[in-house]
Design a protein around this ligand. Structure first.
Ligand code: AMP
Ligand code: GLY
Length: 425
C-alpha cells in the first residue's frame, strides 16, 4: 500500500511511525511532514488550506489510501473532493466535520439526540448575550462557535467578564469570524477524558482512553495550549463506564448523524468531563487528538492500515482492536513563550541519545532541518513518548529521555500523569 498522510505535527509523526510497522506498507508520503517524519516517510511541501493542491498531490502520488491528520482540510471538504474522484481517504466529510467546526451545531445536535452535555445558549449579538446571562450562574464558559486554534474557549469568573469576552468575540476581536456566534455554557466540574472512537458510520469501535494536559503550567495552571502531554492507561476508565459512554454517547452520535443523512467515517474525538452526574460531552473533534494520539498509538497492536482502510471503505468490523495493556506517557517539549509568541530556528541537541533508549520514541511536532541540524519550527516541538509495565515507569522512562534533549528556551511540564500515579500510591 502507498499511503499519504496529510499534516506535519506530532500526531502525524505517530501515524506515520505506526503505519510503517504494517507489513502492507510499501511507501509512505507525508505532506508537509517535519524533520522527524522525513526520516520515516517522503515529505512533500503542501498548503493544507488548499483542497485543490491536496487533490493534485494525490493525482501525482497515486496513494492507495490517504489519512488526514488536522481538522482544517476536513472542514474544507477534502474528503468530499477525494471521494468524488474515487480516491480512498480516511476522515469525515465536510458535513460530518461540522461537529468540530461549529460548536453551536454540535450543541444543538447533542440536544436532538439526547447526549449529555453542559447547558448552553447560542448568541448572535450582544442583546442575546445579555438575555442569556440571566440563565447562568458563574463561572461561565464562553466559546467562539467556529475553529479558533485553541483560543476560542474562555472560562469567565463573573457576569461582567462573561459579557466582555462574549462581546469581544462577537466583534471579531480575538478569534476573527469564528466569533460570529458565541456559545455560553454552564461550567462543568470533574476530570477530563479523551474518548476516541473509530467509525465507518455504522460500526463503532473505541480506542483506549487517554488524558491530555491542556494548560501550560504544572498543576493545570496558566493559559490553555494545544496540549502539553498525555497518557493512556486502562485505569482511566472501567469497562462498565466505557460501555455506558458507548451506549449513551458514542452510538447515539453516530446513529443520530446517520439518521440525519450524514455518514461519519473516520475518528471522532469525544472530549468528556467526568462529572458527579456522569460523563458529559465538552467538545467533539473530527480527527485524532494531539498529543493523545502519540500515547494511544503507542499501545496499538492491530494493523493501523487494516483499520483505516476498513473505515474508509465502510467495512469496519464491530470488534475490539488489539492493544498492549502497558500504559504510555507523552511529554511535550515546547518553545519558550508558547502558547504566546516564540522564536523558531533553535538548534535541538540530544535527539540521537533519547531515540536509543528502550521503550521510548521521540515524535517530532514543530521541527525542521537547517542544513544538517534539526531546529525548532513551532510552539510544540517534540512529544517524547514511552511505555512501561506501570504508568509510573512509563512516565519515568519518558522523563529520562527528556533529560538529554536541549534547545534554547525549551519548556515542558514535569507533572504529566503525576496525578494518576499519585492516586495509586
Ligand atoms: P473545547 O475546545 O470546547 O474542548 O474547550 C477547551 C477546554 O475548555 C476543555 O478541554 C475544558 O478544559 C474547558 N471547557 C470547555 N467546556 C467546558 C465546560 N462546559 N465546563 C468546564 N470546562 C470546559
Ligand atoms: N489534545 C486536544 C486536541 O487534540 O484537540
Amino acid at each position: 500500500m502507498r499511503i499519504l498522510v496529510l499534516g506535519g505535527g506530532g500526531r502525524e509523526h505517530a501515524l506515520v511511525w505506526k503505519l510503517r510497522q504494517s507489513p502492507r506498507t510499501t511507501e509512505i508520503f507525508c505532506a508537509p511532514g517535519n524533520a522527524g517524519i522525513a526520516r520515516e516517510a517522503s515529505c512533500i511541501p503542501v498548503d493544507l488550506r488548499s483542497v485543490d493542491e491536496l487533490v493534485q498531490l494525490a493525482h501525482k502520488l497515486h496513494p492507495d489510501l490517504t489519512i488526514v491528520g488536522p481538522e482544517l482540510p476536513l472542514t474544507l471538504g477534502v474528503v468530499d473532493e477525494f471521494e468524488r474522484r474515487g480516491l480512498a481517504i480516511f476522515g469525515p466529510s465536510q458535513k460530518a466535520a461540522h461537529l468540530e467546526a461549529s460548536k453551536a451545531f454540535a450543541k444543538e445536535f447533542m440536544q436532538r439526540v439526547h447526549v449529555p452535555t453542559a447547558h448552553y445558549a447560542i448568541c448572535r449579538n450582544p442583546a442575546e448575550v445579555q438575555d442569556a446571562l440571566n440563565l447562568f450562574s458563574t463561572p461561565t464558559v464562553v466559546k467562539a462557535d467556529g475553529l479558533a486554534a485553541g483560543k476560542g474557549v474562555v472560562i469567565a469568573k463573573t457576569k461582567e467578564e462573561t459579557s466582555t469576552i462574549a462581546h469581544d468575540m462577537l466583534a471579531r476581536k480575538f478569534v476573527g469570524d469564528a466569533g460570529a456566534r458565541v456559545v455560553l455554557e454552564e461550567c462543568l466540574r470533574g476530570e477530563e477524558l479523551s474518548f476516541l472512537i473509530l467509525t465507518d458510520g455504522t460500526a463503532v469501535v473505541p480506542l483506549v482512553p487517554s488524558r491530555d494536559h491542556k494548560r501550560i503550567g504544572e498543576g493545570d495552571t496558566g493559559p490553555n495550549t494545544g496540549g502539553m502531554g498525555a497518557y493512556s492507561s486502562d485505569d482511566l476508565l472501567s469497562s462498565t463506564m466505557q460501555d455506558w459512554i458507548m451506549k449513551h454517547i458514542a452510538r447515539p452520535v453516530v446513529d443520530g448523524l446517520r439518521a440525519e443523512g450524514v455518514v461519519y467515517k473516520g475518528v471522532l474525538y469525544i472530549g468528556l468531563m467526568m462529572t458527579a452526574r456522569g460523563p458529559m460531552v465538552l467538545e467533539f473533534n473530527c480527527r485524532f487528538g494531539d498529543p493523545e494520539t502519540q500515547a494511544v498509538l503507542f499501545r496499538l497492536e492491530s494493523d493501523l492500515i487494516d483499520v483505516c482502510e476498513a473505515v474508509a471503505k465502510g467495512t469496519l468490523p464491530a470488534e475490539p482492536l488489539r492493544w498492549s495493556p502497558e500504559p504510555s506517557v507523552c511529554v511535550v517539549l515546547a518553545s519558550g513563550g508558547y502558547p504566546g509568541t516564540f522564536t523558531n530556528g533553535k538548534p535541538i541537541s540530544g535527539l540521537d541519545h533519547a531515540e536509543k533508549l528502550p521503550h521510548v520514541k521521540v515524535f517530532h511536532a514543530g521541527t525542521a532541518h537547517s542544513g544538517n541540524q534539526v531546529v525548532t519550527a513551532g510552539g510544540r516541538v517534540l512529544g517524547v513518548t514511552a511505555s512501561g509495565p506501570t504508568l509510573e515507569l512509563a512516565a519515568s522512562r519518558a522523563y529520562e529521555a527528556v533529560e538529554g534533549i536541549r534547545f534554547d528556551g525549551m519548556q515542558y511540564r514535569k507533572d504529566i500523569a503525576r496525578a494518576a500515579i499519585g492516586n495509586r500510591q
